[in-house]
Design a protein around this ligand. Sequence first.
Ligand SMILES: *Cc1c(COP(=O)(O)O)cnc(C)c1O
Length: 482
Amino acid sequence: MPNKTNGTDPQTEYRKLPSVDLLLQEPAIAVLSAEYGATHVTSTLRTLLDEARTAIANGDSAPLPAAWATGLEVRLSSASHPLLRPVINASGVIIHTNLGRAPLSQAARTAVQAAMFGYSNLEYNLDAGARGSRYDHSRALLRELTGAEDALVVNNCASAVFLILSALCQQKEVLISRSELVEIGGGFRIPDVLRQSGATLREVGTTNRTHPRDFSAGLTERSAALMRVHSSNFKLIGFVTAPTLAELAEIRNRANQEPARLDSANDLLLIDDLGSGTLLDTRRFGLTAEPMVQESIAAGTEHGADVVAFSGDKLLGGPQAGIIVGKAGPLATLRSHPLARALRVDKMTLAALDATLRSYQRGQALDEIPVWRMISATPESVRAIAVGWAQTLQAVGIACEVRTGESTIGGGSLPGETLPTWLLALSAEENKNFSPDQLAAQLRAQSLPIIGRIHANQLLFDPRTVLPEQADAFVAGVKELF
Ligand SMILES: *Cc1c(COP(=O)(O)O)cnc(C)c1O
């Protein structure tokens, strides 16, 4: 907004700056006050005046009187976008942590809307006409789908792990393999979480090789649990070994037969932090096996974990949540711990989770849950979409091509694993000589930002991760570039 004419006298220019009160009396600014709120307009005017003073100090002249209202409007409207905005994810990363992880299913969105509309039976038992528990809603479904005796939902998997360690292992030892003392991301480090929970870490084995006997040898009367942490976001390859869950369960079973532990308050537990966890077998889609929740529980056998934690918004494809399933005893302790109250989830989360779980119950997860629809989409179906987009864009003179590529799962699941896909590629040279960085920045600046990825001087878009509901907006957004 500063008026660039050098050689002006700063004192004269300062005197030309109007007061906030005078500006507020301008009819055009009064209109903006009514639209954006008087306080917001006043503070924005102060900012603009400060900026004008700085500009004058740097040799500029004062803005022209007519420029204030327009400058104010530009500033107000550019700051009026909601902070959290929808974007189109054409990056090919299915569970994109920076883009909000799992998109919700249609059923989950509808359920959230219904739950937030007004009052609900969140903690009210409609049959009895009396107080109910918010945990009852997803409990039965989670028990049915995982085979666990009991289930509890908290804010996210990180808080689930924290609650488990705080409630079940405080002032006692937790045995973890040195290969699993991991950082999940966002500063969530297993050794730190353990310390914070009041439990003591007992490292066993080595970085690359840990044997069942390392766990047996590490047991003391202070041991509360054996813990397995899934190496979600990295892969150890080469000379590596780790005990299976069944081997750990065997060690737990034997320890619990020892005379010192026959007192049941002191049962050794097997805790399994699955991170992503999945209810469907990822091997069906050419991926390696991501641990399945049902396998960790191994209902009715002595080979399963006592307590299992996994995320609601990774491979489950639902809302952000931490799901804890397992044996009735430890779950009852978790539910009555004060931290459970601090980590409780709200009604919108429970509504979305319930609707998501029902898709699994109906056997419709692959069709209804976006994450699974994307994982199970065949390369041919992705190619058909890419070709359709290319034809539409070429028809209006935009140079693009369809080529093969790879989609990734993301979200700290299945590191290094990819799905073969087809991409729409815009080459910079053929399109007004824009660099891919410039094109990408322009797409991000649109009112519905589009996120692609850049490779070998091309801007790439993967139809696999674009929601069908956003496909038309995607094509319109790319057209708008040119
Ligand atoms: C992702 C992950 C977590 C944290 O889950 P959030 O739902 O993001 O809190 C914890 N443990 C493991 C092994 C993970 O992969």
